[in-house]
Design a protein around this ligand. Structure first.
Ligand code: ATP
Ligand code: MG
Ligand code: MG
Length: 586
């Protein structure tokens, strides 16, 4: 294993391991909760991180960064990373999303089985404990039930320029608060009639500490707890508790939660005082979220693309979702490499899409089998073939599966009287520096013979319908004296006799601007209208045997993958992952 690039989070983890921060675990001894028991004795030598998605959509490349970060820390420091579904919202969450998230984590090469229990954590399992914690806060004088209207609460919260105003309900007695909270829990109050608030400081310069709401009434079914609850914890209250119950050591989140850290610490300090949680308690650390050019990384916007039919689904190969990237031909290794290269920082920035493509090329170049494909085919006829080689003769040619791995063997294909070539490889009047096909020019048909172009036939519109050439004898690649005739052009081709017809999907960037939706226009008005071009191509016979998801380098064209959904059963379908070089693939 190559040493991983260092970053500030690794620095923190290494310092904690060195100082033995987590060696002395203290049991809270508070109210018994299943979570404590299920966790077992926390291993004092280990760090624990977590990846906590909300199961309300498919994961995207930004989540991949977070997964690689959290699971990567656990892997590299012999720790444990929990996969936790943050399902405290009773809004509809779908099993489809839960399954897709599990698949995505596994596919990226990570495993939440590291501690041998194969346990999936689920925030809604802690609702009993969270409620108990809420009562505890009231009992300790740290929370109250507020019955102001939402509008009054908003106004009294104040803003950056002025302190807030205490609610008239702030000084209620502990008993009255407990009674009201229980009435809320028992369904005696309608949605919005009351909330439970932490009692901190209405004058705090950090608005998040001006008595934040920790429980609200919501008469809604939850997909796990059903009708058991009609009050639900706020995310900012639930999340630190989830971390504490799972004995998380380093709770890593994106920068927008930085202002919430004081509340995170305040809450856990109070619960630790009450003996409700173990100590040392988890610490929150923030890093910059990934913004990638030419795509959007927001579940909400991605859902809009799917729902409005701008793409074919969550797994459309143009989508920056993990299922989309996978179908496009990205490998787990390329995404891990990408995550390592972009690192983690404390400052928001945009990462250029090409960084992702470079990681893919670097991963695939040594792995992907080579193949020839003609994406914009026009027929070339060798007019002296019958005299030179014999009527109907097919001449077997071969090429290495991989140029740097001779042990992977050879691919074979037939040279014959008729070949498919790229339309752009022929020019009637060659521009300066053009060394490919034009009348009177000799080129090598790669892995085959040298030919001399003699002309072309055009249709009424001037479009070339056939290119003609003659074979130059004794020039076959790999035969003695083949190099006697010097040529500047080397052309890829596919035999008409053994070429396989294939659908090739030429994907380009989903958006035509680098930072969609950040300017005047709506992001939907910035979609690239040419993000998909479907062509009928001819490919060499080895590609006829490709399996779904198999990746190739099409010589001169770039990296392609057999579409995992549509390829197969005698219908070859390939997706372009990326071109061979940097820049807009065109
Ligand atoms: P979105 O804004 O797309 O809905 P989210 O943050 O609401 O994403 P969650 O399901 O809550 O989605 O995310 C799970 C984890 O993934 C969080 O810990 C979050 O910090 C992290 N994450 C989400 N988006 C990014 C991103 N663009 N870059 C890095 N990490 C991210
Ligand atoms: Mg979220
Ligand atoms: Mg979100």
């Amino acid at each position: 294993n190559a040493p991983k690039p260092s970053n500030f989070l690794r620095g923190i983890v290494e310092r904690d391991l060195e100082q033995g921060t987590y060696r002395q675990r203290h049991w809270g001894g508070g109210p018994g909760d299943a979570a404590h028991h299920r966790m077992g004795e926390p291993d004092p030598a280990r760090i624990r991180t977590r990846f906590p998605p909300e199961p309300n959509g498919y994961l995207h490349v930004g989540h991949a960064k977070s997964i690689c970060l959290n699971f990567g820390l656990a892997r590299d420091y012999q720790g444990i990373c929990h996969l936790r579904f943050d399902d405290t919202n009773p809004e509809k969450e779908e099993v489809e999303y839960v399954e897709s998230i599990k698949d995505a984590v596994r596919w990226l090469g990570f495993d939440w089985d590291a501690h041998g229990t194969s346990h999936l954590y689920q925030a809604s399992d802690y609702f009993d404990f969270m409620y108990r914690a809420a009562e505890y806060l009231i009992e300790a004088g740290h929370a109250y039930v507020d019955e102001q209207t939402p509008e009054e609460m908003r106004v009294n919260r104040g803003d950056f320029s002025k302190p807030g105003t205490d609610s008239p309900f702030r000084s209620r007695s502990i008993d009255e608060n407990l009674q009201r909270l229980r009435e809320m829990r028992d369904g005696k109050l309608e949605d919005g009639k009351a909330v439970l608030r932490a009692k901190i400081d209405m004058a705090s310069p950090n608005i998040n500490l001006r008595d934040p709401t920790i429980y609200r009434i919501k008469h809604a079914e939850h997909h796990h707890t059903g009708g058991k609850w009609c009050i639900y914890p706020m995310y900012t209250f639930a999340h630190p508790i989830e971390d504490a119950l799972e004995n998380i050591t380093h709770s890593i989140c994106t920068l927008e939660f930085e202002d919430q850290r004081p509340f995170y610490d305040w809450l856990l300090d109070r619960l630790a005082e009450g003996g409700l949680i173990n100590t040392p308690q988890p610490r929150q650390y923030e890093f910059a979220r990934l913004n990638l050019t030419y795509v959007v990384t927001s579940k909400r916007k991605l859902k809009q693309l799917v729902d409005q039919g701008h793409v074919t689904g969550w797994d459309d190969p143009r989508m920056p979702t993990i299922v989309g990237l996978r179908r496009r031909g990205y490998t787990p290794e390329s995404l891990q490499l990408f995550a390592d290269r972009i690192g983690v920082s404390k400052a928001d920035s945009w990462i250029d899409y090409s960084t992702l493509e470079i990681a893919l090329r670097d991963d695939l170049d040594p792995k992907a089998a080579r193949a020839m494909a003609v994406l914009d085919p026009v027929k070339m006829v060798i007019t002296n073939w019958d005299e030179a080689m014999g009527a109907g003769h097919l001449d077997p040619c071969s090429a290495p599966v991989h140029p740097h791995a001779p042990e992977r063997g050879k691919r074979e294909f037939m040279f014959g009287r008729e070949l498919w070539i790229e339309r752009t490889d022929y020019e009637e009047t060659p521009p300066k520096g053009f060394f490919r096909l034009f009348p009177g020019n000799k080129v090598r048909m790669k892995y085959g013979h040298v030919i001399e172009c003699t002309g072309a036939t055009k249709d009424a519109s001037g479009q070339v319908t056939e290119v003609q050439a003659t074979l130059v004898p004794d020039t076959k690649s790999g035969t003695p004296g083949a190099d006697a005739v010097k040529v500047k052009g080397n052309i890829t081709w596919v035999g008409v006799a053994d070429g396989v017809k294939a659908e090739v999907r030429l994907y380009d960037r989903l958006f035509s601007v680098p930072q969609p939706g950040t300017g005047e226009k709506d992001f939907l008005d910035e979609l690239n209208p040419d993000s998909l071009k479907v062509v009928t191509a001819y490919v060499e016979p080895s590609l006829g045997r490709a399996k779904g998801d198999e990746k190739f380098q099409f010589e001169r064209h770039g990296y392609f993958v057999a579409d995992r959904k549509d390829h197969g059963g005698g219908r070859p379908v390939f997706n372009r992952v990326t071109g061979l070089k940097d820049g807009w693939a065109k």
